[in-house]
Design a protein around this ligand. Structure first.
Ligand SMILES: C[S@@+](CC[C@H](N)C(=O)[O-])C[C@H]1O[C@@H](n2cnc3c(N)ncnc32)[C@H](O)[C@@H]1O
Length: 247
């Protein structure tokens, strides 16, 4: 049976104190910047209108901030299903929310996408969210992203894309665990360390793990073209795909 139910993995301590991730994994901050730069370079599909961007899984708003600062003509809608994260995003982004440049939606990604008309979004952007999804849910989300994008619209994702080489993947995860221990035990935060280790087991589980070649194949099967890996550092990769003009 295909699973379309959203999980809530950030409702506890790791959501409340999400800032620690960016200390343990400085690469995550860089990936947010890269998403902003990617959107800044993107061509507008309709010169008369604002660039309509949908962000999946805005969390505390770190990538949202990079997106909203990427260009003047952006109109951003960001969705997340976790109130703990969204409350932090609301504080961080209050000035842009007041200006009407960002709309935050509390809902799960798949339901939000399903409510949108086809061919209505210029760019769908996401950071470190899709890898959290159960595989069947992720496939549904990707198909919906394709449906809501305008022809020539782009999906861009900076995320944890697991390596196809299992041995290399294990080495990366071991290095990650070591970094978590070094950072959090030094800070006496064994409580958060425990939660991140549990979370890592979820990321690496067969029904969640987002393996790179499988992900690119799924995107291709859905209909995306010009699928490209623009940047990679370890497990962190920036990947984009375009909806063909004539679809
Ligand atoms: C690791 S955080 C990344 C946050 C942010 N994009 C960043 O770059 O820091 C993943 C976020 O995705 C959200 N999320 C996970 N599953 C979701 C779903 N099914 N629908 C909407 N949001 C989801 C979580 O609540 C969490 O805030």
């Amino acid at each position: 049976m295909v699973n379309t139910k959203a999980e809530r993995l950030f409702s506890g301590l790791i959501g409340e104190e999400y800032k620690w991730l960016h200390i343990m994994l400085p690469e995550a901050t860089k990936m947010s910047t890269l998403i902003g730069e990617f959107v800044a370079r993107s061509n507008k599909l309709n010169k008369e209108q604002a660039l309509n961007v949908l962000e999946i899984g805005c969390g505390t708003g770190i990538t949202t901030l990079a997106l909203v600062n990427s260009r003047e003509d952006i109109c951003l809608t960001s969705v997340d299903n976790e109130p703990t994260m969204l409350n932090q995003a609301r504080k961080l982004l209050s000035q842009w929310i007041e200006q009407g440049k960002i709309t935050l939606i509390e809902n799960d990604a798949l339901s939000t996408l399903r409510e949108l008309p086809p061919n209505s979004v210029d760019i769908v952007a996401s950071a470190y969210t899709l890898h959290n999804f159960i595989n069947s849910y992720r496939d549904r989300v990707l198909a919906e992203i394709f449906r809501v994008l305008k022809p020539n619209g782009v999906f861009v994702n900076s995320d944890r894309y697991a390596l196809d080489d299992f041995e290399a993947q294990t080495q990366q995860v071991q290095a990650e665990v070591k970094r978590y221990f070094e950072t959090l035990s030094k800070m006496n935060r064994i409580d958060i360390l425990e939660q991140w280790i549990i979370h890592l087991f979820s990321d690496e589980s067969p029904h969640h793990v987002m393996r790179t070649s499988q992900s690119l194949q799924t995107m291709e099967a859905i209909g995306f073209h010009s699928i490209e890996e623009h940047y990679r550092h370890g497990l962190n990769a920036l990947i984009s795909g375009t909806k063909p003009k004539d679809s």
